[in-house]
Write a protein that binds this ligand. Structure first.
Ligand code: PLP
Length: 410
């Protein structure tokens, strides 16, 4: 079990909401930030604030060192070969759109296939839908098992020699399913396709090694891993990035500019046009330091213990359906569910009255909702600062919600 003093690093958790101590169970939407991250951002603005890569003055050099230092932390965290492969972005959505706009436009032609799954977040679906339309390519969905997992046979059936891109979530933000990325990447490569990973729900929770996964691209967001909003990372293999065109043209990303021709900066700056989110990158670096102090293996073990407990307790409530695999070792730290006869928005509203924050809605996964044959669900998502007591409060809150709606519906 995670040390309880972890919570003391998260000042936001120490408050009452609607007269009750806050229980924050919405970390899959965005995580809370520890003091180490808040301090790093504050320190940057108080002492080092300056633009990067330009200054010959001391503050400019400090800002550049801190920004590039954060890139090196990211490189180590995901085990990229070089910082040339680590591009700072606004977040996962931005990173995936960059791959679609640059690599996708240049490499996908009429009749080619782009393979995704029914469990994708809209951010890993709409860019491919748009690219398929633009290129007259085929967007294909890999079938799923009834428990919301993928089997290797289904993957093998979907990927063919016409497949150019396979883009799959590391972990589903609704089902919690953790996908076998390494195995899927090997199948994609055997057919000459690239493997793109939506790491939004994976990188914050598990040890991630891009060389071991052998993925071609990986996008993730800082705000879901204790870092600030507005910063994320796109990892890409150098061999791809070198051949790709930049997306944002302007300052910072050039080498030379003439009246009619320009040349681009080296990797990774070729993809970082304009003044970057310097404070965000520094905050993300501090978040990585924090997560590494605790240890990624300890984090996922803790989340899985909470998930196991939550699933057991939810199964004991009449009328609750849980989506995704029941086995916590096949999942990340979240549980999505519905209660018979109560709309998930009502569930979330009643829980909020008790100071418990959960998510309700389609979770930016409308095709998955259709696959699950529902329009919305409630979701409780856990992170390193949650405790069994938080899960117990959730269960108590759900029992009161059931009673409340039973009375109202009488
Ligand atoms: N992919 C998945 C699986 C997600 O859960 C999310 C956010 O919830 C995203 C992509 C988009 O992340 P962002 O909004 O940080 O770009």
């Amino acid at each position: 079990m995670m040390k309880t003093d972890i919570r003391s690093y998260f000042p936001i958790l120490n408050q009452e909401v609607n007269g009750h101590p806050l229980v924050y169970l919405d970390s899959a939407a965005t995580s809370q930030k520890p003091t180490q991250v808040l301090e790093a951002v504050k320190h940057y603005y108080e002492y080092d604030n300056s633009n990067v890569h330009r200054g010959v003055h001391t503050l400019g050099n400090r800002a550049t060192d801190a920004y590039e230092g954060a890139r090196e932390k990211v490189r180590q965290f995901i085990n990229a070969k070089s910082t040339e492969e680590v591009i700072f972005t606004k977040g996962t959505t931005n990173g995936l759109n960059m791959v679609a706009a640059s690599f996708g436009r240049a490499n996908v032609d009429e009749g080619d296939e782009i393979v995704i799954t029914y469990m994708e977040h809209h951010s890993n679906l709409i860019p491919w839908q748009q690219l398929a339309k633009e290129k007259n390519a085929t967007l294909k969905y890999i079938d799923m098992n009834p428990d919301g997992t993928l089997s290797i046979d289904q993957v093998k059936e979907a990927i063919t020699d016409r497949t150019k891109i396979v883009s799959i979530a590391f972990a589903s933000n609704v089902l919690g399913t953790v996908n076998p990325i390494k195995e899927i990447a090997a199948i994609a490569h055997a057919h000459g396709a690239v493997m793109i990973v939506d790491g939004a729900q994976g990188v914050p929770h598990f040890h991630t090694d891009v060389q071991d996964l052998d993925c071609d691209f990986l996008a993730f967001s800082g705000h879901k891993m204790c870092g600030p909003t507005g910063i994320g990372v796109l990892y890409g293999k150098k061999e791809h990035l070198e051949n790709m065109s930049p997306i944002d043209f302007g300052g910072e990303m050039i080498s030379t500019v003439g009246l009619y021709e320009s040349t681009w900066a080296d990797l990774p700056w070729k993809f970082e046009g304009g003044t970057p989110n310097i404070a965000g990158a520094i905050g993300l670096g501090a978040a990585i330091d924090f997560l590494e102090t605790i240890g990624m293996d300890a984090i996922i073990e803790h989340e899985r213990n909470l998930t196991r407990y939550a699933i057991e307790q939810l199964n004991a409530i009449d009328g609750v359906s849980i989506y995704g695999p029941q086995d916590p070792t096949k999942r990340s730290g979240l549980v999505t569910f519905n209660i018979d006869g109560i709309h998930p928005h009502d569930v979330a509203t009643v829980l909020d009255m008790e100071g418990i924050a959960v998510r309700a809605g389609h979770h930016c996964a409308q095709p998955l909702m259709k696959w699950l044959k529902c329009t919305a669900t409630a979701r409780a998502s856990f992170y390193l600062y949650n405790t069994e007591a938080d899960v117990a409060r959730l269960i108590e809150g759900l029992r009161s919600a059931k009673e409340y709606f039973a009375d109202v519906n009488e």
